[in-house]
Design a protein around this ligand. Sequence first.
Ligand SMILES: C[S@@+](CC[C@H](N)C(=O)[O-])C[C@H]1O[C@@H](n2cnc3c(N)ncnc32)[C@H](O)[C@@H]1O
Length: 275
Amino acid sequence: MAEHLVATTPERDGADWDTVAEVWRRAPAQTLWRRHSDRVNSALVERWLPSGTGSTLKTDLWDEAMGAGLYPAIAARSERVVGVDVSRSIVVAAAERYPALDARVAHVHALPFEDGSFDAVVSNSTLDHFDEAAEIDRSVLELARVLRPGGTLVLTLDNPANPLVALAKVLPRQALNRAWLRWADASARLGLLPYHVGATYGRSRLRTVVEQSGFVVEETTAIVHAPRPIAVMIGQRIQGGGRFLRALAALERLEQAPTRFVTGHFVAIRATRLA
Ligand SMILES: C[S@@+](CC[C@H](N)C(=O)[O-])C[C@H]1O[C@@H](n2cnc3c(N)ncnc32)[C@H](O)[C@@H]1O
């Protein structure tokens, strides 16, 4: 195993994400953008997660810690919802908002569950913060392990073909992260993120990795077509927001266009665990 994989411990990752969450909470809120993001991701869950699912695992709790998140959409389709996150402070915040959520501190590389424990896994933009693509492969295998045969995987990753994602990947990451932590207010107003865009996969490579991990891929798409930095900047300057949210929702119709795998911020895949 490469040295950096050994060096990346759940404790170090958890502490890093605790810091990110703390800075984020102090910075100007991105309320309208979070509402839009929750709506788009919840709509994907409503389309792809079968209703009457028994137990569902969500692989990070950022959305539920920072806003309403996807929990209401997942809980409406599942008898039981379990959520993990590597950051303790994120887990605590999500559990306070949703007492019925079974929230635990865990790293996606080593989930504290028996084989086949879940009927579904929802993983939205959790696996796209690693340094190396091999860590995504390892995580997808771990998700396959905890899913029962026939179970559903709903997975999204940053789309490397989207120009904003591609730009974020070539910018000097560590310098920008340091600048974000120092000038969090200004950075948040510009719609910048306090964490780096890590290794990720485009649609075809993601499909191959998911298939090689023991799944049949049922469907792929691309979501979140509204350009995030512009939407965050405008959203922080306006009152109300109903019309603005409707305009962002209209941009999401680009999911029907042939250009969706360029305009979408995330590639999304629905897959079924093989026996
Ligand atoms: C940027 S946020 C996810 C974005 C959010 N789902 C969304 O779409 O806006 C990343 C979240 O994943 C969590 N996380 C990062 N690496 C993780 C890992 N290896 N295992 C579990 N959670 C992780 C972080 O603590 C954080 O809450």
